[in-house]
Write a protein that binds this ligand. Structure first.
Ligand SMILES: Nc1ncnc2c1ncn2[C@@H]1O[C@H](COP(=O)(O)OP(=O)(O)OP(=O)(O)O)[C@@H](O)[C@H]1O
Ligand SMILES: [Mg+2]
Length: 246
């Protein structure tokens, strides 16, 4: 379970001050996929980086299974699988060696690493590529390996920033199906995206974030009812006013 309460983040530099988050609150539950949907610069990555303890909030807090990201970042890191748009991989390792390396870093035993790797390679459709060098992987293969890397320790909480960015429709489907399976396994899943189609296929609940604020938070069906809209795209355009945007 994730509880986010009144998160604020101000980035300060000598020249200027950016209020990236202006008080964000939401809950995400086990067995549910929660989507943060918003345009470029809305604050999605900032929110997820705070949840994963890569950034500290200026104010407010987030709790994961009751543990505060402020008080106990090390415990949070054990509980979560975090995929960022900058997740690093090493070109000179094979897929299999990558998972072994990160599995060991997470303190897993050889046997667990083998079992988890078999499961992840097979469910992400990377089985035939596991012995190839990452340097030879395509964008889609790298993204799937990054997902496997993030989940090698079988965390209950999955926090993915733009998991389907840059993927073709086939690879997107593999990732969407994989995340739906994670949800059925009772995991708590939070993703960010600006791809409306992914939101419709994947998310049980959506928060629309715009200029550092949540402007709507509901199930997809309720959002459509509320805004008298046929699609999430229509809901999005009713809420997000692009006029005056730089
Ligand atoms: N390290 C930083 N220093 C200064 N400003 C930052 C920093 N990181 C983010 N910001 C600013 O915070 C705001 C929110 O950025 P964020 O990366 O969270 O947006 P996003 O919703 O993930 O956008 P995108 O869809 O483009 O990934 C932007 O105005 C951005 O310029
Ligand atoms: Mg982002």
């Amino acid at each position: 379970m994730i509880e986010v309460r009144d998160l604020r983040k101000v980035f300060k530099s000598k020249r200027k001050k950016v209020e990236a988050l202006k008080g964000i609150s939401f809950d995400a539950h086990p067995g549910e996929i929660f989507g943060l949907l918003g345009p470029n610069g809305a604050g999605k990555t900032t929110t997820l980086r705070i949840l994963s303890t890569m950034l500290t909030p200026t104010d407010g807090d987030a709790r994961i299974d009751g543990v505060s990201v402020k008080d106990n970042p090390m415990e949070i890191r054990r509980k979560i699988g975090f995929l960022s748009t900058e997740t690093g991989l090493y070109d000179k390792l094979t897929g299999e060696e990558t998972l072994k390396f990160f599995g060991k870093l997470s303190g897993l035993e050889e046997k667990e690493i083998k079992e988890r790797s078999d499961f992840l390679f097979s469910s992400l459709g990377l089985e035939k590529d596991r012995k190839r060098l990452v340097g030879e992987y395509s964008t889609g293969m790298k993204q799937k390996l990054s997902i496997a890397r993030a989940l090698i320790h079988n965390p209950e909480i999955i926090i993915f920033d733009e998991p389907t960015n840059g993927l073709d429709i086939l690879t997107t489907k593999t990732v969407v199906d994989f995340l739906l399976d994670m949800k059925l396994k009772g995991k708590t899943v939070v993703i960010s995206t600006h791809i409306l189609d992914v939101v419709e296929k994947l998310c049980d609940r959506v928060a629309i974030i715009h200029r550092g604020k949540i402007v709507a938070n509901n199930t997809i069906t309720e959002l459509k009812n509320e805004y008298n809209a046929k699609t999430i795209e229509e809901v999005f355009f009713s809420l997000v006013n692009f006029e005056g945007e730089k």
